[in-house]
Ligand binder design. Structure first.
Ligand code: AMP
Ligand code: ZN
Length: 143
């Protein structure tokens, strides 16, 4: 895609700090370095977000993530954890519309990064949970 910053990175039209590349996937340091080694993994095929992947492209992208994660772990022996983040659509904080997965190494609880899940479980009865699950399952089963 001509006007996409990540396509331009793949095509070497703009520079990046590459950490991995093969025929299908490219990985490079996120310019913000939320933590040391913060890496973005992208498919070379331009897809906007997770909703545009087919099974084959998803397998290609995600199959590389363990290898790159182990690379980070070996490169930074003080790394104690890793968050994988994938933002989809503006509401969910996506700011570059070429799909990407963030690999965010974690070194301590005081890292400049936090992700917390609020527990809203008490707001849902078992019946509502069953209803939500069956609604989603039905749609997926008919995909
Ligand atoms: P998101 O907000 O999930 O769409 O993430 C987009 C990420 O791309 C941000 O964390 C930016 O720091 C990063 N980013 C944008 N432009 C560049 C660039 N030229 N090189 C490296 N990272 C970039
Ligand atoms: Zn692109």
């Amino acid at each position: 895609m001509t006007d996409c910053i990540f396509c331009k990175i793949i095509n070497r039209e703009i520079p990046s700090y590459k950490v991995y590349e093969d025929d299908e996937v490219y990985a490079f340091l996120d310019i913000t370095q939320t933590t040391k080694g913060h890496t973005l993994v992208i498919p070379k095929q331009h897809v906007t977000d997770i909703f545009e992947y087919d099974d084959v492209l998803a397998a290609k992208l995600f199959s590389r993530i363990p290898k790159i994660s182990r690379g980070l772990e070996k490169a930074f022996p003080d790394m104690k954890g890793l968050n994988l983040i994938n933002n989809n659509k503006e509401l969910a904080y996506q700011s570059v519309f070429h799909s990407h997965v963030h690999l965010i190494p974690r070194y301590s609880k005081d890292d400049d990064f936090s992700i917390t899940f609020k527990n809203n479980g008490d707001n849902y009865t078992p019946e509502t949970m069953s209803q939500i699950a069956s609604t989603i399952k039905e749609v997926i089963d008919h995909e």
